[in-house]
Design a protein around this ligand. Structure first.
Ligand SMILES: NC(=O)c1ccc[n+]([C@@H]2O[C@H](COP(=O)([O-])OP(=O)(O)OC[C@H]3O[C@@H](n4cnc5c(N)ncnc54)[C@H](OP(=O)(O)O)[C@@H]3O)[C@@H](O)[C@H]2O)c1
Length: 262
């Protein structure tokens, strides 16, 4: 097993350290899914992002077991789907069984449930966290207004909001809103949301002798955004975490902000 890559971390409430590059696993299923997670751990990722909805928690669990890594060495996220609201406890129990662990580092509400359930599910999350089955709790695909409703109802703000982020979606006010609330922004679909043939990206990539995908992922880090690229190819999996040996200048970051997807 390769050494961990020394990825910067974001410290969540309770002192939980979240590596700022994670491995996304949506659409990685079955044998290929297990192999991809094995490749990611071998490449030095120590943060894996899964979800009940992805149908691959047991593959992630097997890859973790195969790696021989200590459970504490890997930051593990899973998510509660909307279909399991009001069955939170049974769902986290099933996730933990499938993952072969007795806790996850981060449990997210995958999508905001409508109406009163928005706060109800959050109260359940607090209870499960207090029972020690999850170290930190957060949300995904929530607006700032929805986050504020949770804080007002319970006094506890989500540690993380996982939302789509990429140069084309760059929104300084939304980023600042998360910072003001102490919510770590975790960006998903970083590469799908970018045009990797964009001349600005290819020019900056050439200047640093890296690929446009690496420029996009580094750009997230420059903005303090955690990023979770997915790939099924070992070479891309390794390249996507190999973004710590170069930095972007403030001018390069500004030129990438808002680059269109097409
Ligand atoms: N919370 C949510 O609602 C939500 C929604 C979507 C995603 N997510 C999470 O975020 C993760 C990442 O998002 P995503 O999977 O939608 O998209 P992504 O990571 O932005 O992009 C994945 C796509 O980019 C390709 N790719 C990967 N590395 C590349 C590279 N170095 N150069 C060129 N192409 C590359 C992949 O192809 P290959 O596989 O062929 O390499 C795949 O087609 C997901 O896996 C999931 O964990 C969460």
């Amino acid at each position: 097993m390769t050494e961990a890559v020394a990825v910067p971390v974001t410290t969540l409430p309770g002192g939980v350290e979240m590596p700022m590059i994670g491995f996304g696993t949506w659409q990685l299923r079955g044998r290929a899914g297990r192999a991809a997670v094995t490749s990611a751990l071998a490449a030095g990722y120590r943060h894996i992002d899964t979800a009940t909805m992805y149908g691959n928690e047991s593959e992630v669990g097997h890859a973790l077991a195969d790696s021989g890594l200590d459970r504490g060495a890997v930051f593990l996220t899973t998510k509660l789907p909307s279909s399991r609201v009001e069955r939170e406890r049974a769902t986290i129990a099933a996730s933990l069984r499938a993952l072969g662990t007795d806790y996850v580092d981060l449990w997210l509400v995958h999508w905001p449930p409508a109406g009163r359930k928005l706060c109800q599910v959050w109260r359940e999350f607090l209870a499960v966290r207090d029972e020690g089955r999850v170290r930190a709790i957060g949300v995904s695909n929530y607006s700032l207004a929805q986050i504020d409703r949770l804080t007002e109802a319970t006094g506890v703000t989500p540690a993380v909001n996982q939302i789509p982020w990429s140069p084309a979606r760059h929104d300084p006010a939304l980023l600042a809103g998360h910072r003001e609330r102490g919510v770590a922004l975790e960006g998903y679909s970083p590469l799908k949301g970018a045009n990797l043939k964009d001349p600005v990206l290819t020019g900056i990539a050439t200047a640093h002798d890296v690929t446009p995908a690496q420029v996009v992922l580094r750009w997230h880090l420059e903005h303090g955004i955690t990023v979770i690229p997915k790939s099924s190819h070992p070479d891309r999996i390794a390249a996507n975490i190999d973004v710590l040996r170069f930095t972007l200048t403030p001018d390069e970051v500004a030129r990438i902000d808002g680059r269109p997807r097409r």
